[in-house]
Design a protein around this ligand. Sequence first.
Ligand code: AHR
Length: 480
Amino acid sequence: MTINVLNIKNGPTISKYIYGHFSEHLGRCIYEGIYVGEDSEIPNVNGIRTDVVEALKEIQIPVLRWPGGCFADEYHWKDGIGPKENRKKIVNTHWGGVTENNHFGTHEFFELVRQLDCEAYVNGNVGSGTVQEMQEWVEYITMAGESPMANLRRENGQEEPWKMKFFGVGNESWGCGGNMRPEYYADLYRQYQTYVRQYGTEKIYKIACGPNIDDYYWMDTLMKQAGPWFDGISLHHYALTGEWLDKGPATGFPESQWWSLMKSAKKMDELIQKHSIIMDKYDPEQRIGLIVDEWGSWLAVEPGTNPGFLYQQNTIRDAMVAAITLNIFNNHANRVYMANLAQTVNVLQSVILTEGKAMVKTPTYHVFNMYKNHQDAELVDYYGELPENISLSVSKKEHKLTVTICHYGLENEQELQLNFETEIHKYAGKILTTKVMDAHNTFGNPNNVKIEDYENIRTEGRKLNIKLPAMSVVSLELEV
Ligand code: AHR
């Protein structure tokens, strides 16, 4: 099959924030996975695991969303500041009913963001918080001069304000964030966001809670009634193997669940297309970004683990989900401005798993590594019929093209010919593939699934021929 790549035309920029992540106070994501405390034997800087920070920097994490999720609408930020021994202990009602000691709070989050050198996306509490509480949090974080909250921040050891680029006004307000109707939330959004003041020179990018999956009525209502007051609107869609209440296992699954997960992941394309049509109706200039701030595979928890902790293994099948979804986001770069994989460490489709001192990079991690050159590159269009079970996206930065291809079929090699508009001078290929459909990395065998150089490629002038094994993700770097 032949695909013609239109690499002379300039496309929209693929926002680097599409490669963002999400960390909630859930299970072992924040505690153990990211934050171990200053006194831990696990190497850390100011309580934050060094191995995890280094791994996330390698994939160029551009933005991190925190503190939830459902947790965000029960989080009262003042519980998480000041001396740790005085911080309030609360119950994490959503996630396992465990005690939350609030040792990871606002200061610790911004320290993490500093170490990662990425942008902060803070999600505020609408469900159980007040307008004043939200207003004061923004003041605490961003106010440089004299003010009650800026002075409180200084008393707690932080002289300068932090940079907070993104702020979410509520999470899943249609569900765990308050079970609201869209008309009611739209009004609340307008009220709460009024007090998300800009104290510094940096504009805060305000994000409204958007629809769950295909709730097009929610999108329409929000765009109509509150659109002028937000910069971005969220969308949540998780890839499932079947019914919400009957999640398939992460390993040892039947072939049918390979395919049902692929189908569910690919639905993201239809969702973005249909939500974009509604957004275009109210926002033809495409000022408002679609923020897919929760996505990824949601599978059954690992046997013997706390069901409220959402700890699942991560296999080559999840790598396919990541590769397909990131290609979809790239290909909708005109509307999708940010996306945040759920969740960074030890929860759902993690890029990293930890156990005590040990850390493992998952197959999904490797996909983010192979795709990182798409960040802030120009999207390149293509036409032609893609072979069965192939997903593709192409981008350009000066004379370099990045091509990412996923062959999510379970058997048979696929051949693909790419015709470019200019000559290929140099190329390099990488591949992530396995022979087994639930291959994964464990603490005992952390490099079972890993990136390798790929040479099954031929080029001639403007043509490139590539053979794609089943269950593979390939990235190509081309000089044209
Ligand atoms: O990511 C896990 C949960 O999924 C989040 O807390 C919530 O927003 C969503 O339902």
